[in-house]
Each structure stands twice: as structure tokens, then as C-alpha cells.
Design a protein around this ligand. Structure first.
Ligand code: UDP
Length: 386
């Protein structure tokens, strides 16, 4: 009776489900193992009435007009007029991140900063952005000194905490997400649209999945209803020939037969304070040279919630995912060895002509919300022939 079964209700699963139901007229079953929809974007009111992101801060940002328009069908937005801004706590001083010309003037005296600014502009052009690992290759001793400052005070220890590896050891695309900006731009992202859904992500997902052709079954592991046999996926003992869109961890689907794919996980520590503000108006403070946690997010500044008393924060403590009950794989650790292991799992999927892999977990990739939305829209187009 279903044309498509979607496993997982995060951004990947929910967008593809909605599109298959609406554009393709498919009867869609969404199977979600947690007791709620929305994947890691899920948010909820805490005991103090403050909207918190259960699985860490999720800020939407995009330059893709089509993605913004699409998601705007399901939510209004709290857009940040001056973009999302982050500071780093470096030995008690707060400096803007990404490192930019404002940061340069925070850390050097003004005549030195003026001189270095000219050098950076001459070398890279005003308004450009340079990955830290590229900046370190610049032969000019003064630029090297800046690069060394940024490397030591912003990237090295944060990256060690987040990944358990140095910036040299991880995929350069990861540190490249936060380049050095040769401009006076304090925004963390350079995208046109930046913000959060006005009434939260959970409402966005609820509206997206609210369609007559979509049934959602939470609290259900896909393997409870689907039987992945050799060359066929069975539903209720019969071969299911519709589409199966899988957004979960691929190694776990195949009982980790080639070993566990490495992921980084996070332990979150929430704290509430009976005071108006905890970090001076800053929504996110990165701890780049101290502490065991990577960052503190203060939700009311992130969501601009006005009607709550007190304030709630979240601290993020990274660790290596082991697969123990209750742990969540958040970040794929992308390198050649892990990719080769992932490809072995992907190869197993080829036996199912009707199975599609989508999402951070299933594709073993580091996607932002907007890129994920785009991929899900594209897959739905492919499957509906639109
Ligand atoms: N990073 C860092 N210091 C910072 C911010 C980022 O070293 O203050 C590095 C770190 O390796 C991190 C990566 O840049 O994992 C990407 O940061 P981003 O903020 O995009 O990570 P996310 O929000 O996705 O966890």
C-alpha cells in the first residue's frame, strides 16, 4: 500500500517524504526510531519554558533561494539582521570568530594591525577568505605569525577537543568551514539568509510531515518492520518494491559487519540560571584554548526568545562514538581510510535496486541543513520524474 518508505525523519527524510507525497502522489511511510520527529534539529521547551535544541545548536543559513523558499512554506523565520555571530574566549578575552580584520585589531596594537591589514589585503584581496591551512603556507614571516596566532589560539585546541586530532590530521574542508576573512565581517556565515524557524524546528517538521499521503511511525526501528534479505527488502513478509530511502547509519544497518564507521559524538550538558543573561548577549562562545567543552550556546540569544524568565545554556563535550546505547553519531570523520570502509557498506546496498542513501549518516558526509534540503529535493525530483 506504500509507494515509498523513508527511514528517518530529520531534514533529509522529512523533505524527501513531503516531496514524494506531494509532487509524486506517493503514499509514504516515515519510520523514525526516536520518539519524536526532526532528527538532530529537534527542539522543545525545557522545564523553564525556554526553547532549547536538544541535540546542540542548529542555525539555518543559506544562499540558495530555492531552498529558502521551500522551507519557508513550513515556517516563518527569526532572521538575524547582522548574521549569526560567534566569539572565542581566548584566556578570558572575547574575540570575533571567524578571525577577520576586527579580530586582527583586537589582538595586535593599532599600528601593527594597520600594517598587517595592508599586507593581508595585498596578498589576498579585500573581501576574500583564506582557509587557515592555506594561510599557514604563506612564506611572508609576518603573515606566518598571524597564521600561527590563529592556528594556536583558534583552531588547534578546539579541533583537538572536537575531533581528537590536529587540524593537519583532519580533512581540510572541515577547518575550511571557518576561514580567515580579509574583511571587517564578524558574521560566522557569509550567507544571505541566517536564522532559526520562528516557532522552532519541531513545528517546521510537524508541518512538513502533515500531509494526507504521509504516515509517520515514531519509536520504531526500521528493522522492526523491514527485513533486509539478500537482494530484497521485505515488508510484512512480502518483497517491497517501492522506494526505500534510508537516512540512518549505514554500518549499523548491516550490523557493522565490516567494523564500525568512526564518528564523533557529543555529550550535552544543559544548565539553567535564574538570571537574565549568562554570556553578555552572545549566543555562542567558543572555548578555543581552555575547558573540556568546545562551546557554550545560550538559547534565548540564538532564538531571540523574549517571553522566558532566566536563561538556559548548553555545553558540548565531544568524544569518540562507540555505539553504546544512548550514544549518537553526530559527525562522520572523513578521511581516505574511513571513506574506503564506507564504500564497502555502500557496495552492499547495490543489491537493492530500490534503495537510496540520503543524509549525513547514510552518506557519511558533513552536510549543513541547506545542502541537505537541496539534496533531498533533488532525490525526490529524480524519484518522481519531475
Ligand atoms: N573550528 C575551530 N575553532 C573554532 C571554530 C571551528 O578549530 O572556534 C574548527 C573545528 O575543527 C571545527 C571546524 O572548524 O570542527 C568546523 O567548525 P563549525 O563551527 O562549522 O562546526 P559545527 O558547528 O558544524 O560543529
Amino acid at each position: 500500500m506504500y509507494n515509498s518508505i523513508v527511514i528517518g525523519s530529520g531534514i533529509a527524510g522529512s523533505v524527501v517524504a513531503r516531496q514524494l507525497a506531494e509532487k509524486g502522489g506517493h503514499k509514504v511511510l516515515v519510520v523514525e526510531k526516536r520518539d519524536h520527529i526532526g532528527g538532530n534539529c529537534y527542539d522543545r521547551l525545557d522545564a523553564y519554558g525556554i526553547l532549547v535544541h536538544e541535540y546542540g545548536p542548529h542555525i539555518f543559513h543559506t544562499n540558495m533561494e530555492d531552498v529558502f523558499a521551500y522551507l519557508s512554506r513550513f515556517t516563518e523565520w527569526t532572521l538575524y539582521e547582522n548574521g549569526h555571530q560567534v566569539v572565542a574566549d581566548v584566556n578570558g578575552s572575547l574575540i570575533p570568530i571567524p578571525f577577520n580584520l576586527n579580530t586582527l585589531h583586537c589582538v595586535y596594537d593599532s599600528s601593527m594591525a594597520d600594517e598587517l591589514e595592508k599586507k593581508l589585503i595585498h596578498a589576498y584581496g579585500k573581501g576574500s577568505s583564506v582557509a587557515i591551512m592555506k594561510l599557514r603556507e604563506n612564506p611572508d614571516p609576518q603573515i606566518q605569525a598571524i597564521a600561527q596566532y590563529v592556528y594556536e589560539n583558534i583552531f588547534l585546541q578546539y579541533t583537538m577537543k572536537q575531533w581528537g586530532q590536529t587540524p593537519e590530521e583532519i580533512d581540510p574542508a572541515v577547518t575550511g568551514r571557518v576561514p580567515v576573512l580579509i574583511s571587517y565581517d564578524n558574521r560566522y556565515f557569509q550567507d544571505k539568509y541566517q536564522g532559526v524557524p520562528k516557532n522552532g524546528y519541531t513545528e517546521l517538521f510537524t508541518r512538513m510531515l502533515d500531509h494526507e499521503n504521509i504516515s509517520v511511525q515514531t519509536g520504531t526501528d526500521a528493522k522492526e518492520i523491514l527485513d533486509f534479505q539478500d537482494h530484497a527488502i521485505l515488508l510484512g513478509g512480502q518483497a517491497f518494491t517501492g522506494n526505500v530511502i534510508f537516512t540512518g547509519a549505514l554500518d549499523e544497518l548491516y550490523d557493522c559487519r565490516y567494523g564500525r564507521l568512526p564518528y564523533r559524538s557529543l555529550r550535552f550538558e544543559f544548565a539553567h540560571f535564574a538570571q537574565e543573561d549568562f554570556q553578555n548577549g552572545h549566543s555562542v562562545v567558543n572555548y578555543t584554548v581552555s575547558e573540556e567543552f568546545t562551546r557554550i550556546t545560550e538559547f534565548k540569544h540564538l532564538t531571540r526568545q523574549k517571553d522566558a524568565e532566566g536563561t538556559t545554556i548548553i555545553r558540548e563535550y565531544p568524544f569518540a562514538y562507540t555505539g553504546a546505547p544512548g550514544e549518537i553519531p553526530y559527525y562522520a570523520i572523513m578521511n581516505a581510510e574511513n571513506e574506503a570502509q564506507y564504500q564497502k557498506y555502500k557496495q552492499l546496498t547495490k543489491q537493492y535496486a530500490n534503495m537510496y542513501l540520503l543524509g549525513r549518516l547514510a552518506e557519511y558526509q558533513y552536510y549543513n541543513i541547506d545542502a541537505m534540503t537541496k539534496k533531498a529535493l533533488d532525490l525526490a525530483d529524480q524519484l518522481t520524474g519531475c
